[in-house]
Design a protein around this ligand. Structure first.
Ligand SMILES: Cc1ncc(COP(=O)(O)O)c(C=O)c1O
Length: 460
């Protein structure tokens, strides 16, 4: 980065930020004495802050979003071209980029046919919940209204999606939550609820069935799951889990909603996380990687069968999906998403994700041999977690403060990593890695070297 090309009085910017910006997920008291971090430039896997310090970003923009890396001029050009031609029209009308991207997306998602645009992951998930509630009213006589979500999963920040959060610390102090949301158990074998059993995956799925039978299958409309749990600790579902989940949904006529807000568009080495498991969802939602953060876009994708339920009675003024997302009509979103998808295809980034993901897991496993504090390593593609424990036998979670010290030490070394935080009481102990899909071997080794150094410094 050429620091000379930065606004020459960065102090003013820092003071304006300190005085007026309310940062996400942040306790602001420390900013009274310490400068907030301000990023000013990004290129590929690297970002630079206002002081000129360079960082290797192992989190794709902090929250696993910038899948194709920073500084993509071809996406910026596509967005610019679109904006000067037509920046916006409410999505009750169509757009060229919107139609083209929907077609392109659907070509990667056999069995699904319809794309509903909005602009955040939370919103995309809320659309599903609203559709299910409307179907309950119109087609099930008020039955099948409950929404099942899983312990440790996260689906968004609005009150509706928080009601479906399996992360108690995210909900705390924001209640009361709306009714009709019911939790099912998590599927993290490392923290098995059933002891050391051989068929953990099947057992974890059966636990969902137990909840369905307790609540009454007739009351339940939807099961909402992350394909790989992200902020809840990078949980890759165990063998045998998904087959059984699909079977249970079919048996009790419950729709399956896969939240691909994190895993969607390449993160696990397939276009979508669920495609690793051969399942056939009724709804798929996505956001972060869809346009890699170059424009705001999210999609709620469903089947023709479900779509048909919203046009079956044209004489009924309430029968269609009466929902709008104003900025779902921003045409920059699908324009950026089209170019983002072209890059992933032309540069072979799905293959790269698989190869680099293997290297990342391999490096983390090697670190595990040298650092007793790593209790478990989990991953799918370029999405990995390392759970830190004080004792491998008892699996006592490492204290959150020490886990955060590892994150801080990596940042001091110039590598941005993450950790589960303010999600699960006593279990915010998993380091999280989600580098861009363009990562090279050197990048991966740089990330794990920094983690190794930090573990030695913090845990000895
Ligand atoms: C799995 C998952 N779903 C939904 C969301 C919410 O997305 P957004 O912050 O765009 O509303 C997130 C955000 O981190 C997420 O991880």
């Amino acid at each position: 980065m050429n620091i000379a090309s930065q606004p020459n009085d960065i102090r003013d910017v820092i003071e304006a930020d300190r005085a007026h910006v309310w940062h996400h997920l942040s306790q602001h008291k420390p900013y009274e004495t310490v400068d907030p971090r301000i990023f000013v430039e990004g290129k590929g896997m690297r970002v630079w802050d206002a002081t000129g310090k360079e960082y290797l970003d192992a989190l794709s923009g902090g929250v696993w979003t910038v899948n194709v890396g920073f500084g993509r001029t071809s996406i910026a050009d596509a967005v610019r071209d679109q904006l000067v031609k037509l920046n916006y029209f409410a999505n009750s009308a169509g757009s060229i980029a919107g139609a083209k991207f929907a077609q392109q997306l659907i070509s990667k998602m056999p069995g699904l046919t319809r794309v509903y645009y909005s602009n955040s992951g939370s919103e995309a998930n809320e659309k599903v919940f609203k559709m299910v509630r409307q179907m309950s009213h119109r087609h099930h006589g008020g039955r099948k209204y409950k929404i099942l979500y899983r312990d440790r999963d996260y689906h968004g920040t609005t009150i509706g999606t928080l009601a479906a959060a399996g992360q108690p610390q995210r909900r705390e102090q924001y209640g009361p939550m709306p009714p009709g949301f019911v939790e099912v158990p998590h599927c993290l074998e490392y923290r098995s609820q059933y002891g050391a059993i051989e068929n953990y995956g099947e057992r974890a799925a059966e636990a969902i069935e137990e909840v369905i039978l307790r609540e009454g299958p007739d009351t339940i409309g939807l099961l909402c799951l992350e394909p790989v749990t992200a902020g809840g600790g990078v949980i890759v579902p165990p063998r045998g889990y998904w087959e059984k989940v699909q079977e249970i949904c079919r048996k009790y006529d419950i729709l399956l909603h896969i939240d691909e807000v994190v895993c969607g568009v390449g993160r696990t080495g397939k276009w979508f996380g669920y495609q690793n498991y051969g399942i056939e969802p009724d709804f798929v939602t996505m956001a972060k990687g869809v346009a890699s953060g170059y424009a705001a876009i999210s999609c709620t994708v469903t089947t023709e069968k479900i779509f048909a339920m919203f046009k079956d009675d044209a004489d009924d003024p309430l029968s269609y999906f009466r929902d709008i997302s104003t900025f779902g009509g921003c045409v920059a979103g699908p324009a950026a998403a089209l170019e983002n998808m072209r890059i992933i295809e032309d540069e072979g980034l799905l293959d790269n994700t698989l190869r680099m993901g293997e290297r990342l897991v391999g490096n983390l496993n090697a670190l595990m041999e040298r650092h007793a504090v790593i209790g478990d390593v989990r991953g799918a593609g370029l999405f990995c977690g390392a759970e830190l424990v004080s004792d491998r036998q008892t699996k006592e979670p490492a204290p959150e403060k020490m886990v955060q010290a590892v994150v801080a030490d990596c940042a001091a070394q110039g590598v941005i990593i993450g950790a589960t935080n303010r999600s699960l009481p006593g279990l915010n102990n998993t380091l999280c890695l989600a580098p861009a899909l363009i990562a090279t071997e050197n990048d991966i080794d740089g990330i794990t070297d920094a983690i190794g150094n930090a573990l030695t410094k913090v845990f000895g």
